[in-house]
Design a protein around this ligand. Structure first.
Ligand code: 5GP
Length: 115
């Protein structure tokens, strides 16, 4: 058995982080190192999928639940517009191999793809 991911440990309460929203299968927290006025992470409760490609192939309805929760959070925490980022692979900046979406919102630079 490999070690639980940092996000599973947060979900289980082993690492402190407020769970700001959840459904049966998905939860959301604030990123510990925000790169936008609103920077949230939307995460499946299962760590079975390591990245978005894996998730889309294995359970597209779970991916749709993530985008739904991202939209709801962008409504609640900003004006409803948001940027959704999935890093896939270490070369793209992925550091936690438990799939998660970055939800960036609130005062983003128009036309920019990221940082
Ligand atoms: P990645 O680089 O894998 O796409 O994104 C992982 C994200 O998780 C990073 O933006 C990082 O700041 C965030 N993160 C890592 N550890 C923790 C933690 O313990 N708590 C919270 N809230 N965010 C974390």
């Amino acid at each position: 058995m490999s070690e639980p991911s940092v996000f599973t440990r947060i979900l289980q309460g082993d690492i402190p982080s407020e769970i700001i929203a959840e459904t049966d299968r998905v939860f959301a927290i604030r990123d510990i190192a925000p790169r936008a006025p609103v920077h949230l992470l939307v995460i499946p409760k299962t760590e079975q999928y390591r990245d978005v490609v894996d998730l889309a192939a294995g359970d597209p309805s779970l991916l749709a639940e993530m985008t739904d929760l991202a939209a709801r959070l962008a409504d609640e925490h900003a004006d409803g517009d948001f940027r959704l980022i999935f890093n896939r692979g270490a070369g793209a900046g992925q550091t936690v191999f438990h799939v998660h979406a970055h939800v960036l919102a609130g005062g983003l630079d128009e036309g920019s793809l990221g940082d």
